[in-house]
Design a protein around this ligand. Structure first.
Ligand code: ADP
Length: 340
C-alpha cells in the first residue's frame, strides 16, 4: 500500500528505523498497524502488544491522541510517553493512515533541566551578595564627608549593582519560563499594578529629565493574571522606554479596554527601531547596535513576550526610527468580573 504521495508506510518506517528513529503507523480508526524496531526498543515492548490495538487503549501512548485530534499535517509536538520518555513526535496524516516519527529527546531534556536548575541556583545565590554591595555602598555615604571622586566611584558601584540586579532578575525569569512552571494567576486589577509600576519608575525617569505619565480609562476589566510576572512585564517595557528616550521627552502609559481585552500601551518618543530589526527584538539576546552605549542583556523583551503569552495575551509594537516606539500588551479580560 502506498498513499497519494507515493510513500509506502513500511518503507518509511524502515528508513526511520535505519536512522534510529521510532516510527509507527495507525489507521484513521486509530488502530495501530505497524511499529518499527526503534519504537519497540524505546517503549520496551513487543510488537504484538501494540499492533492491532487501538491507540486509545494503550495508556502510555495516549498523549499521541491529542496531536492526532488536531487534524493538521505535518504536526510536531513534544510529549512524555509511558510517563518517562520525553519525545518529539512528528505526525503526517496521509490518505488513510497516520505516520508518526518518534524521537527520544529525554537526555537533552535532562541536560536542559540540570542547566536550568544550576542557572536558577546561581542567580538566586547572587541576590544576597549584590544586595550587600548595594547596602554598603549606600552606607559609605552616611559615614562622613565624601569627596567628588569618592562620590563618583560610589555612583559607579550603584550603577554596576543595578546592572547586576537586572541581569540576575532576567536570568531568574528565563529559568522560570523554561521550567514551564504554571502562573500563580488570580483575578486582579492590572490598572493598579500599572499605576504602582509607573510610580516606582517616576524618579528614575525624572532624574533623566523624562516625564512619565499614565492615564486610565474608566470601567476597566479585571484580568486573570500573575501580579509578580506582570509587574516584570510593565517594569521591563517602561524601563526600555526610559532607556531609549532623550531628556525633555515624555512617556505616555495608557490603559484601556477594547473588545473584551485590556490593553496597556507604553509610548515613547525616543530613538525608535528600524523596520529590519522589528521582527527580531523579541528574540533572546537580540540587541540593536546602538550609537550610544546603552546597557542591557537583550533578554527583556523575550521575557515580556513569554510572560504575556502565558497569560494568553499578545504584545504588539509600532516604531519609527527617530520618532519613537509604542509597545502594546493585550490581555484577555477575566470572565464575568469587572471593576470600575
Ligand atoms: P535590552 O534592552 O536589554 O537590550 P530588550 O530585549 O529589552 O533588551 O530589547 C531588545 C532591543 O529592542 C533593545 O536592545 C533595543 O534595541 C530595542 N528596544 C526595546 N525597547 C525599545 C524602545 N522603547 N525604543 C527603542 N528600542 C527599543
Amino acid at each position: 500500500m502506498s498513499d497519494s504521495f507515493g510513500i509506502d508506510p513500511i518503507y518509511a518506517l524502515g528508513v526511520l528505523d535505519l536512522l534510529g528513529i521510532g516510527g509507527l503507523t495507525c489507521g484513521n480508526d486509530l488502530v495501530i498497524h505497524v511499529v518499527n524496531k526503534s519504537a519497540l526498543a524505546l517503549f520496551g515492548t513487543e510488537a504484538p502488544q501494540l499492533q492491532g490495538q487501538s491507540l486509545e487503549s494503550i495508556e502510555g501512548l495516549q498523549p499521541l491522541l491529542e496531536v492526532l485530534q488536531q487534524k493538521q499535517s505535518p504536526l510536531v509536538n513534544e510529549m512524555t510517553l509511558f510517563d518517562q520518555i520525553y519525545c518529539r513526535v512528528r505526525v503526517r496524516h496521509l490518505d488513510s493512515y497516520y505516520l508518526m516519527s518518534i524521537n527520544d529527546i529525554t537526555p537533552f531534556r535532562q541536560r536542559e533541566e540540570t542547566l536550568n536548575t544550576a542557572l536558577n541556583m546561581v542567580a538566586h545565590d547572587l541576590k544576597m551578595p549584590i544586595s550587600a554591595i548595594k547596602s554598603y555602598a549606600e552606607l559609605v555615604a552616611t559615614t562622613g564627608a565624601v569627596d567628588a571622586r569618592q562620590s563618583q566611584f560610589l555612583n559607579r558601584i550603584q550603577q554596576a549593582v543595578r546592572t547586576m540586579t537586572t541581569l540576575v532578575n532576567d536570568l531568574l525569569d528565563i529559568a522560570w519560563i523554561d521550567s514551564n512552571m504554571p502562573l500563580e494567576a488570580q483575578v486582579m486589577n492590572v490598572a493598579s499594578l500599572v499605576n504602582m509600576t509607573v510610580d516606582s519608575l517616576h524618579e528614575r525617569a525624572g532624574s533623566l529629565g523624562i516625564s512619565l505619565n499614565a492615564t486610565f480609562s474608566s470601567n476597566l476589566p479585571m484580568v486573570l493574571g500573575d501580579a509578580n510576572r506582570l509587574q516584570r512585564v510593565f517594569t521591563n517595557l517602561i524601563t526600555n522606554a526610559i532607556k531609549f528616550s532623550s531628556p525633555g521627552s515624555a512617556i505616555e502609559v495608557n490603559v484601556l479596554e477594547a473588545h473584551n481585552h485590556l490593553t496597556v500601551s507604553i509610548e515613547d518618543s525616543g530613538i525608535g527601531i528600524a523596520p529590519e530589526h522589528l521582527p527580531h527584538i523579541f528574540d533572546r539576546f537580540y540587541r540593536v547596535n546602538h550609537e550610544r552605549d546603552i546597557e542591557g542583556s537583550g533578554l527583556g523583551l523575550a521575557i515580556v513576550k513569554a510572560i504575556v503569552e502565558k497569560h494568553r495575551g499578545r504584545i504588539e509594537v509600532r516604531s519609527e526610527p527617530g520618532l519613537g516606539s509604542t509597545f502594546m500588551v493585550i490581555l484577555p479580560a477575566a470572565k464575568e468580573e469587572s471593576s470600575a
